[in-house]
Structure formats: structure tokens, C-alpha cells
Design a protein around this ligand. Structure first.
Ligand SMILES: *[C@@H]1O[C@H](CO)[C@@H](O)[C@H](O)[C@H]1NC(C)=O
Ligand SMILES: *[C@@H]1O[C@H](CO)[C@@H](O)[C@H](O)[C@H]1NC(C)=O
Ligand SMILES: *[C@@H]1O[C@H](CO)[C@@H](O)[C@H](O)[C@H]1NC(C)=O
Ligand SMILES: *[C@@H]1O[C@H](CO)[C@@H](O)[C@H](O)[C@H]1NC(C)=O
Ligand SMILES: *[C@@H]1O[C@H](CO)[C@@H](O)[C@H](O)[C@H]1NC(C)=O
Ligand SMILES: *[C@@H]1O[C@H](CO)[C@@H](O)[C@H](O)[C@H]1NC(C)=O
Ligand SMILES: *[C@@H]1O[C@H](CO)[C@@H](O)[C@H](O)[C@H]1NC(C)=O
Ligand SMILES: *[C@@H]1O[C@H](CO)[C@@H](O)[C@H](O)[C@H]1NC(C)=O
Ligand SMILES: *[C@@H]1O[C@H](CO)[C@@H](O)[C@H](O)[C@H]1NC(C)=O
Ligand SMILES: *[C@@H]1O[C@H](CO)[C@@H](O)[C@H](O)[C@H]1NC(C)=O
Ligand SMILES: [Cu+2]
Length: 587
């Protein structure tokens, strides 16, 4: 399958253990067939009858659905076919511990893919990680349109039985282009992106407030059959929108998975989906008899109703569930909303969801260190989000941290020492270091802006899933929360919400927290950030280094040489085949 083995460097190092001992360098020439190819371009596309210059995957937004299998290695070749933009692809929710250059976080774990180059990502979801994920670019505001469903299939049968599954991928549509939005958000004076113009389901939508019938665009149609159980996979790929959703005539939804972890069944009649979150719900469809009854009573439309929350304006949109022989009305918006969706439920699912299988939840006694990340907006001529006083954007580091570690320009030892003396953050590198074996309690504390304002933030962690231990108003109190955790079984998540509990208050007041526990086991450079794309560009991101330099590197220097420069040897182009490290056996 591979043309030849260039060097057997890895096998020579005595320092290298486990999977790395097997790794080899391969030239990915024409004889190497990636399992998946994604080609990213930029051009005008029309969504919900609105034309916008957008970055897209394989000509579409969302991009094609990808399906990986637990315990199996998949190589994904991502082409950056854009002339003037960098690109990366992040596999949102997957732990990339064993393929450290494949996480797709620019300037944290990799240099971005230069224009007209490609990069081969090696993914290997481990057994136990079957679930719903998505992929998206991690550069600038690109993820608004560069995203697509990523499903990890069970290596054996799913613990839940269902007849079929449907993806419900949610995304935002903005008036401005990515470049206009990025420029505005980082300008002095600050220029806001504008609110979302539309909320799309699987890329479909009608203009908001459209009167009458549309011809060139439509609502998404979700085709179902009677008397069946479907697994609906909701993917919150929105840039900004926090979404409330329910289905007319089908109010009994059963949550079975959150962010790639199976849960015990949890019944609900609506969902709240923040940017970056995913949920699987089981939906039992109507019987022929129930459908006949509905029809006799004039009910022949089953809308999935979606409304945005937590923003100054609310957008309401729909998708349509259709049964065979009943054409749903996909080109008009209902004159009156069929449902009344609830306002934001603060703390929705917190302390309630339970894991399907015991997940080794660490007790308070096991916690070795608590790190509080206080987030605050600083408003002057510009608007910046800070974490413990400092912002982080991909413009901050001169080179990716993983590269800096290989180049011996970053010392995990000295940054650990200075972080411990400073509440967890090393100011010089703006990293939050931890040692393998530590059990962290990470508290994200909402603090009112310098002008008193507050906001809601979906906080996302790369690398490994954390145990979510809830949220609350005011300042985090570990004793009080430990009381609340009694008789609960926290689930593992990768994106949970830091709520706002007031519209505004005195600058610097603690007003709400979200807390996690994390067993530090996956060595690597991992980001923890708000998943609102605007907030990321405004600085709401942090970088964590887990493990010592030796733990993180694993590979000897010469093997990774091609990864260490922007456009280096591992970035292929029309005239150059990349030489890549294989971390996992292909067998
Ligand atoms: C994306 O498009 C390329 C060709 O442009 C094709 O080879 C590839 O199979 C497509 N990927 C998927 C996942 O459909
Ligand atoms: C793309 O669409 C925008 C907005 O409609 C328009 O101003 C621009 O000229 C279009 N660009 C191309 C290349 O068609
Ligand atoms: C792409 O990334 C490189 C390395 O970080 C940077 O120097 C360059 O300015 C970026 N290019 C664009 C077009 O953003
Ligand atoms: C988008 O632009 C249109 C036309 O200029 C305007 O009517 C609309 O209010 C804008 N929407 C948002 C959300 O800014
Ligand atoms: C919802 O459905 C589940 C099974 O799918 C069932 O156990 C439960 O009783 C139903 N709840 C209601 C309120 O109908
Ligand atoms: C949501 O909150 C608004 C403002 O507080 C209130 O007017 C409205 O009735 C609430 N809606 C629901 C469905 O509770
Ligand atoms: C505004 O606040 C940011 C973030 O603290 C700071 O970097 C910048 O220097 C401030 N600008 C002015 C003009 O004070
Ligand atoms: C934290 O909660 C405990 C238990 O509810 C309470 O006794 C204690 O006073 C609280 N501490 C603070 C600083 O509020
Ligand atoms: C949060 O606490 C503040 C201060 O006690 C209070 O004013 C506010 O109403 C609380 N918010 C909620 C949603 O409970
Ligand atoms: C392709 O990659 C090679 C090796 O990195 C480089 O020398 C060459 O300039 C690249 N070609 C283009 C068109 O960027
Ligand atoms: Cu945010």
C-alpha cells in the first residue's frame, strides 16, 4: 500500500514506548489512498435564498457526513484549495492524544495548512467513544460554514435499538463574510459581526419573515416512517446561536447520548443546544392509526421548531418531518408557530444526566488541584475577552506549542512552576500546564464585564472528555457543590454551558460558574475555549499542556521534522508528496 519506508527512526529510539515504538515514516505518494478526502474551497453559495461568499467543504455546507469506526484508524486528506486563506480541520470531541499533530488547532498543535496545500490527518477513535461529533475548521471564523457531521460507529452493536438515524446539523448564516467579521471584531474601534441572519438545518432554510412561497430555497425535510424508532443526532454547529428545539406532535424525546457519551435514557420534550454540543435522542414515530386520527383532525404538518436564545434578537425557524405519502410543506413558514418553546432553562440537564456505564468519576478527595478560569470582557475602544486577565488568540504564539516543545523552545517544567505560583496559568506562555496523573477541578467563572455586561458561553475542551459537575449562580463553592453532587452520577462531556444569571451587574462581580473534573491522562496540547466563534476571535480561548515534554513528545526529533515548519514536508501540494508519521498500525 505504501511506496516505501523512508526511515525507521522511531524504532531506533530506546526512549519510545507503546504505540510510538511502531511508528514509521511513510511517503504519501500516489500509492497511498486516504480513506476520506475533503476539499475546501471558497466561493459564493446561496443559503436560505441569500448569497454569501463562504468557505465550504466538497462544494457544500455542511460538508459530507463522515463515519468512523471505534478502534479503527482513518486517514483523512484535507485539501486547502483556497488561494489566500489558511485552514485546519478539527475533529470536535475526539481525543487525538495518540496522533498529536492531528487535532487541527492552529498554533496550538499544528501549523495551519497553507493555501493550495493538503494535510493528512490520522484519526483513531478509541473503543467506548462511539457517538455524534462534527468536524470544522479551527481558523478564524471559517467554522461558520466549514463543518460537517462526524459519526463514530459502535464497533459492536449500539446499546440502544433503533430502526434508523437522522442527522440534524444546525448552523448560522451571517450577512457579512468571514473576513469582514474577523476584521471588525479585532478592529479599534470594535465592529460587531451583526447577529445571525438565519439558522439553518442541514444547510436548509427559508428567509426569516418570508411571506408566501419560496422557489429557490426550502426548509430541511426529515423523512420518517410510521411506527419506527429513530435516533436523531442533533449537532450544534452554530457559530453564535444557542438553540431551543422541539417537534410538534412528537414531544416525547429520549436523550441517549451527549457529546459522544451514552447516557441512561432521559425523557424531555425540548432540547437546548449550544454551539459545539451534540445530543442523540430517540423518537418514536406515529402509528398509521395515529396518523389517520391526526389527518381527520386537520393535523398534517409536523414541524421541528427551532428558536435562538440568549441574544438581543430571536430567530425562529423550522424543519419538517414527513411521513410517506404526505408531502410536508417545505416552502412556506407556518403563519403561527405550532409550539411555544420555553425560555432558556438555566442548568438544563445538570446533575440529572447519568452515564450508561460506570465512568470512574473522581471524588472530591481525588482532586489534586483546582484551577479557576475567570472570564471577563474588557470594553474600551476594542472589546476583548480575557481569561485570568489575558486573552488568547491564534495570533498570540509565534509558533505552535507542540512545535515549540520539539524545538526545545518551551519548558513544561518552568511553565508548570510559574503556573502553580499564579493560580494555574503561566503568564509568559499563557498556558495552563498539568502533570499526568493529576485530577483537576476546572472552574470557569463568569465575571461581569468592565461595563457590567454578562454573556452565555458554551465551553469546549479538546483532548479528553471531562466529568461535568454542574453550574450555578455567584461564585463557585466546592463544599456546597459536593453536597449537590451526592446521589448524582456526572457524565462525560466536551461542551457545556456557562450561563448568564443577570443581564448586567457591577463590573468584576462573579455571576455564575461551570465546573468540571478531569483526570489528566492524555498527554498533549489541548485547548479549552468558548465555542462562540466571535468570542474566540475576541480572545476567549485557553491552551493547556498536559504531561511533561517527554510525555507529550513521544517521538524522536527527526521523525517529526516535517511537521515543524509552516508548509513543511508534511504539507503536500501539486508537486510534492508529504512524508508522514504513522502513529497507529494500519492493520
Ligand atoms: C470530496 O470530494 C472529492 C473530490 O473532489 C472526492 O474524492 C471525495 O470522495 C469527497 N469526499 C466525501 C467524503 O464525499
Ligand atoms: C458574491 O456575492 C456577493 C454578494 O451577493 C457579490 O457582491 C459578489 O460580487 C459575488 N462574488 C462573485 C465572485 O460572484
Ligand atoms: C497562515 O499561517 C501562517 C503561520 O501561522 C502565517 O504566518 C500567515 O500569515 C497565515 N496566512 C494567512 C493568509 O492568514
Ligand atoms: C442583513 O442585511 C439585510 C439587508 O441589508 C438587513 O435587512 C438585515 O437586517 C441584516 N440582518 C442582520 C441580522 O444583520
Ligand atoms: C416516552 O417514551 C418512553 C419510551 O420511548 C416511555 O418509556 C415513556 O413512558 C414515554 N413518556 C411519555 C410521557 O409518554
Ligand atoms: C420568556 O421570557 C420573557 C421575558 O421574561 C417572557 O415575556 C415570556 O413570557 C417567557 N416565555 C416563556 C415561554 O416562558
Ligand atoms: C483595551 O483592553 C485590552 C484588553 O485588556 C488591552 O489590551 C488594550 O490595551 C486596551 N486598549 C486601550 C486603548 O486601553
Ligand atoms: C460554601 O458552602 C458551604 C456549605 O453550603 C457553606 O457552609 C459555606 O459558608 C460556603 N462558603 C462560602 C464562602 O460561601
Ligand atoms: C444570581 O444571583 C444574583 C445575586 O444574588 C441575583 O441578583 C440574580 O437574580 C441571580 N440570578 C438567577 C437567575 O438566579
Ligand atoms: C510544494 O512543496 C514543496 C516542498 O515543501 C515546496 O518546495 C514548493 O514550493 C511547494 N509548491 C508550491 C506551489 O507551493
Ligand atoms: Cu463565549
Amino acid at each position: 500500500m505504501f511506496s516505501f519506508i523512508l526511515m525507521q527512526v522511531c524504532g531506533l529510539s530506546l526512549l519510545v514506548h507503546s504505540v510510538f515504538a511502531q511508528c514509521q515514516l511513510y511517503v504519501h505518494d500516489q500509492s497511498f489512498i486516504p480513506d476520506v478526502i475533503l476539499r475546501v474551497t471558497a466561493r459564493n453559495i446561496s443559503k436560505a435564498c441569500f448569497e454569501r461568499y463562504s468557505v465550504i467543504v466538497n462544494g457544500t455546507s455542511p460538508g459530507p457526513e463522515l463515519r468512523l469506526r471505534e478502534g479503527k484508524t482513518t486517514w483523512i486528506r484535507v485539501y486547502n484549495d483556497i488561494d489566500d486563506k489558511n485552514l485546519t480541520m478539527h475533529w470536535h470531541g475526539l481525543s487525538m492524544a495518540a496522533s498529536p499533530f492531528s487535532d487541527g488547532s492552529p498554533q496550538a498543535s499544528q501549523w495551519p495548512i497553507p493555501p493550495r496545500h493538503f494535510f493528512d490527518y490520522e484519526l483513531h477513535p478509541e473503543i467506548g467513544h462511539a457517538g455524534t461529533y462534527f468536524y470544522h475548521s479551527h481558523v478564524g471564523f471559517q467554522a461558520v460554514s466549514v463543518s460537517g457531521p462526524l459519526i463514530v460507529e459502535d464497533h459492536e452493536t449500539s446499546p440502544y435499538r433503533y430502526h434508523g438515524e437522522k442527522i440534524i446539523h444546525l448552523s448560522d448564516l451571517f450577512n457579512k463574510t468571514e473576513t469582514e467579521i474577523e476584521t471588525g471584531l479585532t478592529s479599534v474601534p470594535f465592529v460587531w459581526s451583526g447577529e445571525t441572519r438565519n439558522l439553518l438545518v442541514n444547510g436548509f432554510g427559508l428567509p426569516i419573515n418570508a411571506k408566501g412561497r419560496c422557489h429557490s430555497c426550502s426548509l430541511a425535510e426529515i423523512k420518517i416512517e410510521p411506527s419506527k424508532i429513530y435516533r436523531l443526532r442533533f449537532i450544534g454547529a452554530t457559530a453564535l446561536s444557542f438553540v431551543s428545539a422541539a417537534i410538534y406532535g412528537h414531544r416525547n424525546l429520549t436523550i441517549i447520548e451527549a457529546d459522544g457519551s451514552y447516557t441512561q435514557p432521559f425523557h424531555t420534550n425540548y432540547l437546548q443546544i449550544g454551539p459545539g454540543q451534540r445530543f442523540s435522542v430517540l423518537l418514536k414515530t406515529k402509528t398509521h392509526k395515529e396518523l389517520s386520527w391526526d389527518r381527520a383532525n386537520g393535523i398534517n404538518q409536523y414541524f421541528l421548531q427551532l428558536e435562538t436564545r440568549e441574544r438581543p434578537t430571536t430567530i425562529r425557524t423550522y424543519a419538517v418531518l414527513t411521513y410517506p405519502g404526505r408531502t410536508g410543506e417545505v416552502s412556506t413558514i407556518p403563519a403561527t408557530p405550532p409550539l411555544t418553546l420555553p425560555n432558556t432553562t438555566i442548568g438544563w440537564l445538570d446533575y440529572k444526566l447519568r452515564p450508561l456505564k460506570c465512568n470512574n468519576f473522581p471524588s472530591l478527595a481525588e482532586v489534586t488541584r483546582r484551577v479557576t478560569v475567570t472570564v471577563q470582557q474588557i470594553v474600551n475602544n476594542s472589546i476583548t475577552w480575557t481569561e485570568n486577565g489575558l486573552p488568547w488568540t491564534e495570533k498570540f504564539p509565534r509558533m505552535p506549542y507542540l512545535v515549540a516543545l520539539y524545538e526545545d523552545k518551551l519548558s513544561t517544567r518552568s511553565s508548570y512552576e510559574s503556573a502553580i505560583a499564579n493560580g494555574g496559568m503561566d503568564v509568559r506562555t499563557r498556558t495552563f500546564p498539568a502533570k499526568l496523573g493529576e485530577v483537576l477541578e476546572i472552574v470557569i467563572q463568569n465575571s461581569a464585564a468592565t461595563n457590567g455586561g454578562l454573556d452565555t458561553h458554551p465551553f469546549h475542551a479538546h483532548g479528553a472528555h471531562y466529568y461535568d459537575i454542574g453550574s450555578g449562580n455567584g461564585t463557585y463553592n466546592a463544599t456546597a457543590n459536593e453536597e449537590r453532587l451526592k446521589s448524582t452520577e456526572p457524565v462525560m462531556r466536551d461542551t457545556t454551558i456557562l450561563y448568564k444569571y443577570e443581564q448586567s451587574t457591577t463590573a468584576g462581580t462573579d455571576t455564575g460558574w461551570r465546573a468540571w473534573r478531569l483526570r489528566v491522562t492524555e498527554a498533549g496540547i489541548w485547548m479549552i475555549h468558548c465555542h462562540i466563534l466571535q468570542h474566540m476571535i475576541m480572545g476567549m480561548q485557553t491552551v493547556w499542556t498536559f504531561g511533561s515534554r517527554e510525555d507529550i513528545l513521544g517521538l524522536p526529533y527527526p521523525a517529526v521534522h516535517g511537521y515543524l515548519t509552516y508548509g513543511g514536508d508534511v504539507y503536500g501540494n501539486a508537486t510534492h508528496w508529504p512524508t508522514c508519521v504513522h502513529y497507529w498500525d494500519r492493520a
